[in-house]
Design a protein around this ligand. Structure first.
Ligand code: FRU
Length: 458
């Protein structure tokens, strides 16, 4: 699997579609897989929702897209792939569980890109309604300029008028973050009094990372104000999509990519997983706040709590009834006069494979150290670090999910790091805290074994 698609809450159920190749654990002949959930936690697989139609505009793949409620009719807009081109296509469903989809006979609904601009590539969709009209962004890149999102308008979701690029990036700029030559998988939505544009950065057949741009949207023009990385885990978190649910929450899923060799993925027969659902809000500082949705607490089993321990220069604990590779941790550390604090998680007495999170108080950077992951040395990679400015006496708050090879870290609700760590063992949990120069205090540590989302029957 790759990208999450068509996220929508329909008659109370959450629907998550996703890019899926039924023929193997590699990218090709993309269909839309489909799962539903009452609560964003427990999922049930449904039959494949969209498959390529031989001779149709999607004969080589039903690529990424979104689902919207069109006057009570669930409607998908996706990219049909034929050879090396992708074109916007539409499908509708009239059954309650959105199991069967009918493709619009007039596909592709937008037969070609706008005239007069030379594009690097052109695919993926964000669709919303405003004052009775539909608007759509398509991901693209303008040759010689940078990534872009092209704005369209429609009355009926079928006939679209091209307006203009809503935003164009500059591929030559690297500060505050390099934004590539093409933008995939746009998502565009309001938070607070601002708008947020999320795109995934692409360049020269390579995928990089998602970014978010906070700005002001008025009169169908977007003025960007702040650009940042959406997740610091390098290429592991990609192509996220967001939805607004019935509680008016902005919920995001992303595709968690593999970090091991393609041959290994072929041999094992699976590749790619979905992230945990993350809720997005916007802080007063115009930084996103990203937190795991509270429904995930229903997976919590055995709980252990440790409070008020000095870290000088180490504090180590073993939690015998918790597994090292299926656990949720919430840790609060008062940094005191420490210059750096490390938290290292591994199976007891087995330090070969460990997950490490470091906060450097001087440079105010969070790091997951890939060098220490799986005991395999990896080249130094700056992308695994990012800035987290703690204000005043603000403690360091690490919320960590370790789920076999998947590592999802939420730091102070402001920074996330998604990573892979294939060797984590199931033995008893051991955690070590270390300071470098100075003393810190572990205020609280809550640890839970987490349950599987699959019932025994599956
Ligand atoms: C992003 C992406 C999208 C495309 C889809 C194809 O990972 O390349 O741009 O629609 O995947 O599977």
């Amino acid at each position: 699997m790759n990208d999450p698609n068509g996220m929508i809450q329909w008659q109370g159920q959450y629907h998550l579609f996703y890019q899926y190749n039924p023929y193997g654990s590699f990218h090709g002949t993309i269909h839309w897989g489909h799962a539903i959930s009452p609560d964003l936690v427990y999922w049930k697989h449904l039959p494949v929702a969209l498959a390529p139609t031989p001779g149709g505009p999607d004969e080589d793949g039903c690529w990424s897209g979104v689902a919207v409620d069109h006057d009570g009719v669930a409607t998908i807009i996706y990219s049909g792939a034929r050879g090396s081109i992708q074109r916007a296509c539409l499908a509708t469903s009239t059954d309650d569980d959105l199991v069967t989809w009918e493709k619009y006979p007039g596909n592709p609904i937008i037969p070609k890109p706008p005239a007069g601009i030379e594009l690097v590539a052109y695919r993926d969709h964000a669709v919303w309604q405003e004052e009775g009209l539909w608007y759509q962004l398509m991901g693209a890149g303008i040759v010689g300029a940078g990534g872009t999102v092209l704005l369209y308008q429609s009355r009926d979701l079928r006939r679209w008028e091209y307006l203009y690029p809503l935003l164009v990036g500059d591929a030559t700029q690297t500060v505050p973050v390099w934004t590539g030559t093409m933008w995939e998988c746009p998502s565009f939505f309001q938070l607070r009094d601002k708008h947020v544009l999320i795109v995934s950065v692409w360049d020269n057949e390579q995928v990089y990372y998602p970014i978010y741009i906070v700005g002001t949207y008025a009169n169908h023009r977007f003025t960007p104000e702040r650009t940042a990385r959406l997740d610091l885990g390098d290429y592991h978190f990609y192509a996220p999509q967001t939805m607004i649910d019935e509680q008016r929450r902005r919920v995001m899923f992303g595709w968690i990519r593999e970090g091991r060799a393609t041959e290994t993925q072929h041999a094992l027969g699976w590749s790619g997983v979905m992230s945990l659902p993350r809720e997005l809000t916007l802080g007063d500082d115009d930084q996103l706040r990203i937190t795991p949705v509270p429904e995930l607490q229903s997976l919590r089993c055995t709980h252990r709590r440790i409070t008020d321990q000095v870290i000088n220069p180490t504090y180590r604990l073993k939690l015998p009834d918790l597994p090292a590779n299926q656990v949720e941790l919430i840790v609060e550390i008062n940094l005191g006069d420490a210059k750096q604090v490390d938290m290292v998680v591994h199976a007891a007495d087995d330090t070969a494979v460990q997950t490490q999170i470091t906060y450097d108080c001087g440079t105010q950077r969070v790091v997951t150290d890939q060098q220490l992951i799986s005991g395999v040395p990896a080249p130094e990679h700056d992308a695994y670090t990012g800035t987290l400015i703690l204000t005043g006496d603000e403690p360091l708050r690490i919320h960590l999910f370790l789920d076999h090879s998947v590592v999802e870290v939420f730091v102070n609700g402001r920074v996330t790091l998604t990573n892979r760590n294939y060797g984590m063992q199931s033995g008893m949990l051991e955690i070590e805290f270390m300071t470098h120069g100075g003393q810190a205090r572990l205020a609280t540590l809550d640890a839970w074994a987490i349950d599987s989302i699959w019932s025994d029957a599956e």
